[in-house]
Design a protein around this ligand. Structure first.
Ligand SMILES: Nc1nc2c(ncn2[C@@H]2O[C@H](COP(=O)(O)OP(=O)(O)OP(=O)(O)O)[C@@H](O)[C@H]2O)c(=O)[nH]1
Ligand SMILES: [Mg+2]
Length: 508
């Protein structure tokens, strides 16, 4: 084969390359020009799924030296098993220069070069050499049995803000990843003065990240920023890692958690609307999404990633949502007839809304230390001493940069909030970013036109504070949602707001 390659290459005066499957099958023959070859998209080729790609490249070169910088870059980015350069003399094979990746950097290099040898005088079979390399990788960073089958992600933040902001945001992203059952293996923060509209990362940084993914056996990059379709492509064209952004991660969490029929419809709609602009006719970035996180539909089904089907599906979902919305309207109307006031709990995710509802009404709805534990609105009755009653509703939590698609598709759920006579804004005072969280929630309330409804700020989790309460908080309602004893003052105020005030309205 080497002889055939070199003689053709010499005759055509062009480089010729082969992409060879680990099984020995030649997957691609690449015809380059005099100085380089261009490796085509490889993502459609199935391989065994080790850390390396299961494909190697061999190409002829008119140069006498071994692999060029570009060769190495291709090998790293595509996780090739090996990259071999075949030098030629008088149309015959001369030496085969083979480079391969290594798990631990030596002399600032992540790869190793084998002693050049004539193709017929190789010391070791390719297969045993590759097996050897893969073994070194798994030994360097073994995967625990429990982690098998889970996605392993590297979190990447490319930001123009301050380091501290980026780090805070990263912590939240890690929490989101945890809520999506993704294991975070590494974090990268890159600060830039300006974000490039097409390339989210520089090439050098991208290579660093690919190498990191090799060492950690990561299969997924999660960006803290919302990515444009061309930014996604700029990463996926050079690597074969899957790429999703924060929005897709949030959508994915919602997809796996939504329980009600309406919730499921809303989520699927939001996911499809988000994916649609990313689809171009022969897009590869998305075909890579199939199956894994970012493409999980409600109830662990798979999203259909096909433009025409998506449009059909969106139209059908819209119809179904309308029908469900009507039912909800009737239900609400019935409630209105009995004229029971409604109190809605709002706040940042994980603030303690569900816990408060449970304590107030002796219920057992799910409350846990996890972002977006609650997705479907829940209502419970609460009795006041004077034989009066209110309905308390718990809803989905808010988060910074809540995707617009998501907000839109949750409109009908959020409509519940419009019915509220009083909002309780639950604030997790033990979170050091509580001030920003308050701002996010209040901005969202304003955006949703809910700022006309009376709203009480309620500072929660004071048991975590050892009496170090900030002064502006001291005068507000400070509670521990787990402890009914701390809620008396709040209940009194609620009663006053709901009953005394409304009675006052009818006085002459
Ligand atoms: N220490 C302490 N922990 C609390 C308090 N209130 C809630 N928590 C905890 O905070 C976590 C989140 O509480 P949830 O009630 O699920 O919060 P949520 O606002 O409903 O959050 P999502 O539904 O996920 O948006 C849980 O682990 C609670 O046990 C409190 O007063 N003190
Ligand atoms: Mg909740």
């Amino acid at each position: 084969m080497a002889r055939a390659l070199t003689s053709l290459s010499t005759e055509l005066n062009r480089q010729i390359g082969l992409i060879i499957h680990r099984s020995g099958k030649v997957e691609f023959v690449i015809l380059g020009d005099h100085s380089r070859i261009e490796i085509p998209v490889l993502s459609n080729i199935r391989t065994s799924g080790g850390r390396l790609r299961g494909l190697r490249c061999v190409h002829t070169s008119f140069n006498q030296s071994g692999p060029t910088e570009e060769d190495i870059m291709d090998m790293v980015c595509l996780r090739l098993d090996m990259m071999s350069i075949l030098t030629m003399k008088d149309g015959f094979p001369e030496l085969l220069h083979t480079a391969h990746l290594i798990p631990n950097r030596i002399d600032d290099r992540d790869w190793n070069l084998l002693e050049p040898a004539h193709p017929a005088a190789q010391q070791q079979s390719c297969l045993s050499l590759i097996e050897n390399i893969e073994q070194q990788f798994s030994k360097a960073r073994p995967i625990r049995q429990v982690d098998k089958g889970n996605d392993r992600a590297i979190l990447v933040s490319v930001s123009t803000g301050s380091q501290a902001e980026a780090e805070d945001s990263m912590i939240e992203l890690s929490e989101l990843a945890r809520a999506a059952r993704v294991q975070v293996v590494d974090r990268v923060i890159q600060r830039r003065r300006k974000l490039h509209p097409r390339f989210i990362l520089g090439r050098g940084k991208l290579i660093d990240i690919v190498l990191m993914s090799l060492r950690d056996n990561a299969n997924l990059l999660i960006f803290d920023q919302e990515l444009t379709p061309s930014q996604v492509r700029s990463v996926t064209n050079h690597t074969d890692l899957r790429v999703i952004d924060r929005t897709q991660l949030i959508l994915d969490i919602f997809a796996s958690r939504a329980l009600s029929r309406e919730g499921k419809l809303q989520i699927e709609m939001a996911q499809l609307k988000y994916l649609l602009p990313m689809l171009t006719t022969k897009d590869d970035a998305l075909s890579r999404l199939t199956g894994g996180i970012g493409a999980r539909g409600p109830g662990e089904t798979k999203l259909e990633i096909d433009r025409r089907r998506i449009n059909d599906r969106i139209a059908r979902l819209a119809k179904e949502l309308k029908a469900v919305g009507k039912q909800r309207y009737h239900r609400r109307n019935r409630r209105r007839k009995h004229d029971v006031p409604v109190v809605s709990l709002v706040g940042y995710t994980n603030a303690g809304k569900s816990t408060l509802l449970n304590t107030l009404t002796n219920s057992h709805i799910q409350a846990e230390d996890m972002l977006f534990a609650t997705l479907d609105p829940t209502s419970r009755r609460l009795r006041f001493p004077e034989d009066t009653e209110v309905i308390i509703t718990d809803t989905v939590g808010f988060i910074r940069q809540l995707p617009a698609e998501l907000l839109k598709s949750f409109e009908s759920t959020l409509e519940e909030l419009f019915e509220a006579d009083l909002l309780l804004h639950i604030i997790d005072i033990s979170n050091h970013a509580w001030k920003e969280q308050v701002k996010v929630v209040e901005e969202l309330l304003e955006k949703l036109d809910l700022d006309k409804i009376p709203c009480l700020r309620v500072y929660n989790k004071i048991d975590q504070m050892n009496d170090n309460l900030p002064s502006q908080v001291k005068n507000g309602f400070c509670i521990c949602a787990r402890d009914a004893g701390t809620l008396k003052e709040l209940l009194g105020m609620m009663e006053h707001q709901l009953f005394d005030m409304s009675r006052a309205q009818y006085l002459p």
